[in-house]
Design a protein around this ligand. Sequence first.
Ligand SMILES: [Zn+2]
Length: 343
Amino acid sequence: MLKISGRTKLVFNMVLKLIIAMALGCTLMMTLLFISYKPTYEVSLNGEVLGYISNKNILQDRIKEYLEKGDSDKVGYVIMNEEPKYEFTLLKKESTIDDDMVFAKIKDTCDVYYRVYGVNVDGKEEFVVDSITEAQRLVDEINEKQSSYTTQAKVEVSEKFAKQYDLLDDVEVAVNNIVNELEKTNNKKVVKQSTSYAAPTTVTVPEEILLAWKNSNEELNFKNPLEGVGLVTSRFGLRARDNHKGLDLAAKTGTPIHVAEDGIVTYVGWYYGYGNFVKVQHASGYETCYGHCSAFNCSVGDTVSQGDVIAYVGSTGNSTGPHVHFEIRIDGVQYNPEPFLSE
Ligand SMILES: [Zn+2]
């Protein structure tokens, strides 16, 4: 049996105490560490730290799902150029951990390709839309408008993927621009509506009848000529280029134009940039004018009552899309129609 001397026992006890002290110290340090630090992953991409996250697995699942589906059904595919790197680290408690922010930054570095549809006219891409239904509708619309042409352009839809694309602000205007271009290269003009007839502009209202209207003193209450279906696309005085002297109300070609007040029709026919133009004399010196019509439904000398259909919306004359250019004049001077309109 080994006899342990008093000296050995003393050394043994000291070592034991030291070990216990060290263990306590370590535990204390670890506790302190976890009180002021939290375990996290540092995420970096291309050597750049994106931020800190609390859950690596959840983030990786989110990235996987994003690469498969994108974040909308307009997305065709997503390409991740570089895999993020994760490093376990202890971070001071007050530091920011933001899984959503890191995910958003990773998304930003990906290339997103959207599924879009180009509308091609004779092989040239005219515009891009983001739904096949919309693309097909535009093709149908252009084809319908060019149906009376002797030579017709070939209008097709092509599917493609694009990182960036410009959506059309105004589909109607874009379609009309294409059709106007096609019309220029075609010998056959678009057939105007069958109700269209241009009265000879030499016809005038007899002086005494005109003056009777002009000088009668009535309280007037003008109504919107499109009865609210049109959209204001240009206001009075607001176009820097030509100091616009009327109110433009856009609506589909063929939309009825109603006379704004009772009166007598004084002009029906082509009038320079106004295209097909109607002018009506009202009481108290007022006149109203209606420009760019596709067709007429009145003739000079007709007495009209408020709301009567006098013409139809079109894009004749100096116009880029179907609308009625509406004016209110007093003794030949144009005034902003908006304050006069009752609605
Ligand atoms: Zn106008």
